[in-house]
Design a protein around this ligand. Structure first.
Ligand SMILES: [Zn+2]
Length: 144
């Protein structure tokens, strides 16, 4: 059994982590946003997450050409993009790879494009891109 003080410390830590995430750019969503963006399950305004990361390799997610969110390649995150028409894409960053974990598009091409890693970035036919054409959503891994 955990002591109450340990639980209190954990709660304080969780609160600090939530504040840190907010400072990193994950504030309340813009009312005119083209889609709802969730970062690790939390509704997010998008933008640049951890912009001062040492890692120059970043993951850029855009919808119909408009920037939604960008994150350091080396951090583990889950980004969910839900459009008003019900189109949904879930992008997983493990810290070593980025892939389309799930999408409700009809062709599933994006899911079948596999993962982008540091090693295959230059070798893939699509380079650093994972694209969901039906949803006009693109994920690009490139240097900042
Ligand atoms: Zn797709």
């Amino acid at each position: 059994m955990w002591k109450i003080s340990t639980i209190k410390k954990l709660r304080a830590f969780a609160l600090l982590a939530a504040v840190a995430l907010t400072l990193a750019g994950c504030g309340s969503p813009k009312p005119d946003a083209p889609a709802e963006v969730r970062l690790d399950g939390q509704v997010c305004s998008g933008g640049s997450i951890s912009p001062k990361s040492d890692d120059s390799l970043r993951v850029y997610i855009t919808l119909d050409g408009a920037a939604l969110i960008d994150l350091p390649f080396g951090e583990a995150h889950r980004v969910t993009v839900t459009q008003a028409n019900g189109a949904e894409n879930e992008i997983e960053l493990t810290g070593e790879a980025v892939r389309m974990e799930h999408a409700n598009c009809e062709n599933q091409d994006c899911v079948n494009m596999g993962a982008v890693t540091r090693e295959n970035l230059e070798l893939r036919v699509m380079g650093g891109f994972i694209i969901c054409l039906p949803h006009k959503l693109s994920v690009e891994v490139r240097d900042s």
